[in-house]
Ligand binder design. Structure first.
Ligand SMILES: *Cc1c(COP(=O)(O)O)cnc(C)c1O
Length: 398
């Protein structure tokens, strides 16, 4: 069957695979051979579903945003991942991976984090499951995301500031992989997005697919149909987008629109628009598009949103774009800010800066009045208030 899902070798078309050092080979192979079996077992499903319901607070509402709909001339539903425990979709994935880690007999959890959202989601489930937790975070990010560092510490995690490279997410991920190489037997690496070596992209997509599973049921109940005309999500590494589109991938009637971070503009060089300017390369164990210079050196990405400034991208997305299955817009900082202020003022929902990129992409499409749109609000904006207030003040002073 022609499918957009991963193939048996861990590839989406020409992208994906597992390019890991020799020492991790067995570890990654074990994971590849185990994850589907565990994720599809009744015992895992029962525990996962229970935690998603009682701990995370699922199902997250599918909210009909009436005033936003009027503004865009179509019918827009917001999938409210911002209402989850810890404030974003990331917790769906960390709950799932820690249950898998326990079933594989692992006793020590490591994770990477940029803005600190995945670090907090990992530290949270480690507290819940009484597991040792080490979070790698670039020193630059430790300084600018102080609140999340405090949250992780309060939850009992050890936060290790990483001082290599530019001291941001890419460097934290390198360091987490290095730790894993030194401790392959007892350690489980909880990766935060749909990137990295196979099976992570598919495993994370499956764990996040609860989002599209719920959308189908909720749309059927609320609109009498399972399929929207459009799905919208923002694109960092690709986990909330993967969850949003998962059950719709092979259903061509449903159009997929994704938003990556344009930063100050793709042409300025200060950008994180990997789909637009990336070239094929290998980053963190996967063959995908990478922001790199002519010598293959990884370029430092920039976005106002810390959750989107990654120089790579999950391997699913270059494949979807190459096959014409998804459209990806690059959204600049200013457009994301506009969309955030707009949603806040007309719906009373302060979105995460990342999610604001998806909201801004609504303006790129000319809708028909009966078009049905579902947009995933990946997280809440509490963590971004300082940035929002600063932007508001700058605008008022213009
Ligand atoms: C981390 C994060 C993202 C980006 O990550 P994806 O894996 O692309 O989903 C988006 N939104 C929020 C709120 C985040 O915390």
């Amino acid at each position: 069957m022609n499918t957009y899902q991963i193939d048996e070798n861990g590839y989406y078309g020409e992208f994906g695979g597992a390019y890991v050092p020799e020492i991790l080979h067995k570890c990654v192979k074990d994971l590849q051979e185990t994850y589907v079996k565990v994720l599809e077992s009744d015992d895992f499903k029962q525990e996962f579903d229970e935690l998603l319901r009682d701990y995370v607070g699922r199902p997250s509402p599918l909210y009909y945003a009436k005033r936003l709909s009027e503004l865009h001339g179509c019918k827009i539903y917001l999938k409210r991942e911002d209402l989850n425990h810890t404030g974003a979709h990331k917790i769906n994935n960390t709950v799932g991976q820690i249950l898998l880690a326990r079933r594989m007999g692992k006793t020590r959890i490591i994770a990477e984090t940029g803005a600190g959202q995945h670090g907090v989601a990992t530290a949270t489930v480690c507290a819940l499951m009484n597991m040792k937790c080490i979070v790698y975070m670039g020193k630059t990010d430790v300084e600018r995301q102080h609140l999340n560092v405090q949250r992780m510490k309060m939850l009992g995690a050890t936060v290790v500031p990483v001082t290599s490279g530019n001291m941001t997410l890419k460097d934290a991920t390198n360091e987490a992989i290095r730790d894993w190489c030194c401790n392959p037997v007892d350690t489980f690496y909880i990766l935060g997005t749909a990137a990295g070596p196979h099976p992570y992209p598919d495993m994370v997509a499956r764990l996040q697919s609860v989002i599209s599973e719920e959308i189908r049921k909720q749309l059927l109940a609320q609109e009498g149909r399972e399929n929207p005309d459009y799905l919208f999500a923002c694109l960092g590494g690709g986990s909330n987008a993967a969850g949003t589109v998962y059950h719709y991938l092979d259903n061509e009637e449903v159009k997929i629109v994704l938003a990556e971070a344009g930063g100050k503009g793709v042409e300025t060089g200060e950008t994180a628009a990997t789909i637009q300017i990336g070239k094929i390369g290998i980053i963190h164990g996967a063959k995908t598009l990478v922001m790199q210079d002519e010598d293959g050196q990884i370029e430092e990405p920039y976005s106002i949103s810390a959750g989107l400034d990654y120089p790579g991208i999950g391997p699913l997305y270059p494949s979807l774009v190459a096959r014409g299955r998804a459209t990806v817009y690059s959204i600049n900082d200013d457009e994301a800010l506009d969309a955030a202020f707009e949603l806040t003022r007309i719906e009373g929902i302060i979105p995460a800066l990342e999610s604001s990129h998806a909201l801004a992409a609504l303006k790129k499409i000319t809708f028909k009045p009966d078009d049905l749109v579902v947009l995933t609000v990946s997280g809440r904006g509490d963590k971004d208030i300082e940035t929002y207030v600063k932007a508001m003040n700058e605008r008022n002073n213009r």
